[in-house]
Design a protein around this ligand. Structure first.
Ligand code: GZL
Length: 287
């Protein structure tokens, strides 16, 4: 696993280990603590242990070719989960299982274009708090969002800040930004994950900003605490990022062991919750 930076990530880990245990598989779990070198060492440990399968969540998109070649030479198939990787060679891993981050960005953008479609405002300014750089989740969430808001020429991202998916970092970065630039011009906050949004909400409260009104807030993951904020009107849209990868990983391994063909990409289904929908119908969140 890439780390333990969010309740989302903790659920992601639990989900996979729970399903592996249901299948009677023995799991060797290593946490890379958001450090790629450590993750690569973990992979080498698994290769040395001669495991039957490696399931890994890459912290970033590049830099995996060498260790994946070592796994391939050792005859160990690899499944990539959650974020994507880019490799120079093809066929270094069995498949990728995860969400469509671009669709998540699209959904966030759609909430904004819908929200302002009847507004007389001539310009709508967005502050983006991005997730960890060089990850497919941050890149595609930006790309999907920009693709949709570009349909309305009034809407523009005036600043993109780096919060690394970390609550404390996003809190500091947002506080510094509004101290230097003020916040009165910001109409919308687009935050790539709930943990960063929770940090920003603390700063908004300190600064007398009425979250969800002075600044419209769109956030991604769907953590229980964020759904409570949605119901309280402190945020306006929560795009779900499904952490429950376990069943998909279990099913893929079973199909692989039976010799069934495995698609290159396995997408996990997701939805979106907002103050325009039925807040009572949101299923209980497991994270
Ligand atoms: C997305 C995942 C992201 C989550 C964050 O699938 O990589 O990483 O949205 C987590 O909560 O830090």
């Amino acid at each position: 696993q890439s780390g333990t930076e969010s309740n989302w990530r903790k659920r992601h880990t639990e989900s996979i280990i729970e399903e592996m245990n249901k299948e009677g598989y023995e799991v060797l779990y290593r946490n890379g603590f958001m450090n790629q070198d450590r993750q690569i060492q973990d992979m080498r440990t698994f290769i040395a242990y001669k495991v039957d399968m490696i399931v890994f969540t890459p912290i970033v998109e590049d830099g995996w070719d060498a260790v994946l070649l070592e796994a391939k030479d050792a005859g160990i198939p690899v499944i990539v989960v959650d974020r994507h990787i880019r490799t120079a060679e093809e066929n270094l891993y069995l498949t990728h299982i995860g969400p469509s981050f671009k669709a998540e960005g699209n959904r966030a953008g759609l909430y904004i274009t819908n929200h302002f479609q009847n507004s007389s405002q001539t310009s709508i300014k967005i502050l983006e708090m991005r997730g960890l750089a060089k990850t497919s989740s941050a890149n595609f969430r930006s790309e999907g969002f920009t693709e949709v808001i570009s349909r309305d020429s009034r809407i523009a991202i005036v600043a993109s800040l780096e919060g690394d998916y970390i609550r404390s970092k996003a809190k500091d970065v947002f506080r510094n930004y509004i101290e230097e630039n003020g916040w009165i011009d910001i109409d919308v906050l687009y935050s790539h994950n709930d943990e960063m949004t929770l940090g920003i909400l603390e700063v908004m409260k300190e600064s007398g900003i009425v979250a969800g009104q002075d600044i419209i807030i769109v956030t991604i993951d769907g953590q229980a605490e964020m759904i409570e904020n949605l119901r309280a009107g402190k945020v306006n849209c929560v795009v779900e990022c499904n952490p429950n990868a376990g069943w998909y990983v279990r099913n893929t391994i079973k199909r692989y062991l039976k010799g069934n063909p495995i698609p290159n990409e396995i997408y996990m289904p997701e939805t979106v919750f907002s103050d325009k929908g039925n807040l009572e119908s949101i299923p209980p969140r497991e994270y």
